[in-house]
Design a protein around this ligand. Structure first.
Ligand SMILES: CCCCC/C=C\C/C=C\C/C=C\C/C=C\CCCC(=O)SCCNC(=O)CCNC(=O)[C@H](O)C(C)(C)COP(=O)(O)OP(=O)(O)OC[C@H]1O[C@@H](n2cnc3c(N)ncnc32)[C@H](O)[C@@H]1OP(=O)(O)O
Length: 192
């Protein structure tokens, strides 16, 4: 097994993930975490609408449009990885923890034609300190269809400060001027 794979395996002493008591109910649509986000913003990008699942899991449907092509008539692998990344990132809502992608590995198992509705599912498998281990699949034809893409990831828990310190000031100032954005950031920081 390679070193990179090892980093995606929860170490000894990991704990099971815990669904936050105030997590959205299974089936509820999670709001986006930021309107400017390429993954979940509704004005541009992938416009993903993600729903809470059971346990610490989420689901989403991603329609592959012509702007998502890599080869003629087929989805670009980087776009599919972005859809997986966003779906995995939204597991934050179930745990009420802010986390960013540390490592993300995608297996591309089948080509995904334009027009496909990719059925995405992601879940947290384990937590070790600030490291959150998770997995996702994208299936063709329905939630039980064949797996076209599969990902394993480690997300790292961060505080709101991570964005305040590292983001470009223009966008940070605009986010801080938006009461809904500030309310969301506070809700994620208050964790029992
Ligand atoms: C007012 C504005 C508010 C806005 C936000 C408000 C609310 C938002 C709510 C939720 C949404 C949050 C996020 C967005 C969600 C979805 C979008 C999709 C997800 C993404 O697209 S997000 C962008 C891509 N992402 C990055 O932009 C990360 C760049 N990166 C860094 O910023 C640092 O690199 C960081 C912070 C990751 C770590 O830095 P650090 O100094 O804090 O921590 P440190 O290095 O000490 O690591 C601590 C432990 O993590 C292990 N560890 C670290 N890195 C690892 C790796 N790569 N692989 C495996 N393990 C790793 C260490 O081995 C150690 O493990 P151990 O504790 O066992 O020793």
């Amino acid at each position: 097994m390679s070193g990179t794979r090892t980093a995606l395996n929860p170490p000894d002493g990991s704990r099971a993930p815990v669904r936050h008591p105030d997590a959205p109910a299974p089936g509820d649509v999670l709001g986006g975490h930021y309107e400017g986000c390429f993954g979940c913003g509704q004005e541009h990008g992938l416009r993903l609408e993600i729903r809470a699942g059971d346990g610490v899991s989420v689901t989403a449907e991603f329609t592959v449009d012509p702007i998502h092509q890599g080869a003629p008539g087929l989805a670009h692998g980087g776009v599919l990885t972005s859809a997986l990344d966003e779906t995995l990132g939204s597991l934050s809502w179930l745990q009420r923890v802010i986390a960013v992608t540390g490592r993300l590995e995608t297996d591309f198992l089948r080509p995904v034609p334009v027009g496909t509705v990719l059925h995405l599912e992601a879940r947290v498998t384990a937590v070790h300190g600030r490291k959150i281990y998770s997995e996702a699949t994208g299936r063709i034809g329905g939630p039980d269809g064949p797996v076209a893409v599969r990902a394993a990831a480690v997300f790292i828990e961060v505080k709101v400060d991570h964005f305040l310190k590292n983001g470009r000031p223009a966008e940070i100032d605009a986010a801080l001027a938006d009461p809904d954005q500030v309310k969301l950031a506070r809700a994620f920081e208050v964790n029992p």
